[in-house]
Ligand binder design. Structure first.
Ligand code: NAP
Length: 486
């Protein structure tokens, strides 16, 4: 394991003003697959917030004046460091979060992609000249950085969710104070170690680690030195942060929960559709915001689709994600398993049929209470909780439809609007559906939605703001209009 990661596990803590800080009180961080202690993590970060704010404000004043090429260079060096240590970082992600190592490796490279993409965007950070009404005037639109950005991130992609925010914020000339999920702080600490190693100036990126999320969030939202709160997490927490930031009128970005429909029409290419669904559903054991949450099948192909899906689900192999034969790790904790079990049993009590699949890898050193076997739930109806709520686990909920209008109505029939997937060979359907489905992202015969160069984000209760793409940089800039008279 490389030196940076060894050092991190030896002294995990907050990273503030370019220094690593511990606190008197710590808690063990456990591997969700095995229960092994990974590190002792500080319980509180409140103590460091003022220092982080002062340092970030000072660092941002200098960073914003650096030539974009220099900002880009630092971002590229961070991307290169991530790639250089990718295997060790992937093992770290797997140990704290649970996903199979091959998925963690993809997460590390995906994180590096964002730093590389936004390095390029920093170099293309153009303004605009607007035609003026007279020859004695010039109108210009500049794009200015916002200042200090607070980034609050979830546990399901503990490195990627922070990388997406940090890359765009820094490219645009901002400073960052990050708060990772308390269940998975080590990946964020590793990112900070690498930022330190590639010479990001002290105070430009800060990390506060503690279990006092509510206090940290309230403090960040109440401080007018924070120009923007960028949040990824549940819709409930997003609402709470929005209410708090109303006082300071900070800019906010809300990357919230999803409940993606996966719609398969009768004319779909079933090989493609089954493979696409399986990948979109089971990545990270279903703990992804764009996970295919509701499988909507045309009645004519439902039996055939489910027969093919059954064959894949039977092969799922549960265990420690460090074992290369494992395809499904644990869920993040026991509470997550209990919540999913309650959604499934409520559906069953209302008449749905449930079946379980998958099997254990041979190793027996697991915390079995953190694992959830893949299941499908047939005969789901829109009024059921399992249809309306985000499942966030390896459970397939299935509805059937007969007509296009029915499929569209079912797809839109929840408060969420993050992603949807549609499989059909009809060009006219593919052309019509984007206007009819209320989502921020739509896969058309395609399940791979998330890329550094494309805008990721939702509508309705899935929030607002975009990460990635040209739109992702805009979210960290404020237009400034200059009216120039000669
Ligand atoms: P969560 O409970 O909302 O937590 C997310 C982050 O917010 C964590 O860092 C958490 O800290 C912090 N937090 C919790 N309560 C807070 C409060 N009152 N004030 C300030 N911060 C607070 O969400 P989660 O369960 O970790 O993540 C799963 C959710 O994220 C799902 O709904 C998923 O769909 C969504 N998600 C969305 C996207 C997207 O791009 N749209 C991407 C990934 C995930 P602690 O961990 O310390 O409590």
């Amino acid at each position: 394991m490389p030196h940076v990661i060894q050092r991190l596990l030896a002294q995990p803590g907050s990273y503030v003003a370019g220094r690593w800080r511990s606190c008197d009180s710590t808690q063990p961080l456990l591997n969700p697959a095995t229960g092994a202690e990974l590190a002792q993590v500080p319980t509180s970060a409140a103590h460091w917030l003022e220092e982080a704010l002062v340092a970030a404000v000072a660092a941002q004043r200098l960073w914003r004046c650096e030539p974009p090429a220099m900002r880009a260079d630092r971002l590229r060096r961070l991307a290169a460091a991530l790639r250089e240590h990718s295997q060790a970082l992937a093992e770290l992600v797997t140990q704290e979060q649970g996903k199979p190592c091959v998925e963690s490796l993809a997460e590390v490279h995906y994180s590096a992609d964002y730093f590389e993409w936004f390095a390029g965007e920093a170099e293309r950070l153009y303004g605009r000249q607007v035609p003026a009404p007279t020859a004695e005037q010039a109108f210009l639109v500049l794009r200015q950085p916002l200042g200090v950005v607070a980034c609050i991130t979830p546990w399901n992609f503990p490195m990627a969710m922070l990388a997406r925010k940090m890359a765009a914020a820094l490219a645009a000339g901002n400073a960052v104070i990050a708060k990772p999920a308390y269940e998975t702080p080590l990946s964020a600490m590793a990112l900070m170690r690498l930022a330190e190693k590639v010479d990001f100036p002290p105070g430009l990126v800060n990390l506060v680690v503690g279990q006092d999320a509510q206090a940290i969030g309230a403090r960040l939202c109440a401080d007018s030195r924070i120009a923007k709160v960028s949040f990824t997490g549940s819709t409930a927490t997003g609402r709470c942060l929005l209410a708090q930031s109303a006082q300071t009128l900070q800019r906010t970005a809300m990357e919230l929960g999803g409940n993606a429909p996966f719609v398969v029409f009768a004319d779909a290419d079933l090989d493609k559709a089954v493979a696409g669904f399986y990948a979109a559903k089971f990545r990270n054991a279903g703990q992804a915001c764009i996970s295919a949450n509701r499988l909507l099948l045309h009645r004519a192909i439902a039996t055939e689709f489910l027969a093919r899906l059954r064959a894949l689900m039977q092969q799922r192999r549960l265990g420690n994600g460090l074992d290369p034969t494992v395809t499904q790790g644990p869920l993040i904790n026991r509470r997550a398993c209990e919540r999913i079990a309650s959604l499934v049993s409520a559906a069953q009590a209302a008449g749905a049929q449930v079946e379980s699949f998958g099997h254990w890898a041979t190793d027996t050193g697991f915390r079995q209470e953190n694992f959830y076997r893949p299941q499908w739930v047939l005969g789901v109806r829109p009024e059921m909780r399992i249809f309306q709520e985000e499942i966030f686990g390896p459970v397939v909920s299935v509805c059937e439809f007969e007509h296009d209008d029915q499929a569209i109505a079912l797809a839109n029939q929840t408060p969420f609007g993050l992603a949807a997937y549609v499989y059909t060979e009809s060009a006219s359907r593919l052309w019509r559906l984007p206007g009819q489905l209320q989502v921020g992202m739509l896969g058309l015969n395609e399940h791979r939605l998330s890329h550094a160069n494309a805008p990721f984000g939702g509508v309705k209760a899935s929030g607002f703001g975009r990460e990635g793409g040209a739109e992702g940089l805009d979210d960290y800039l404020a237009p400034q209009y200059l009216a120039w008279g000669f």
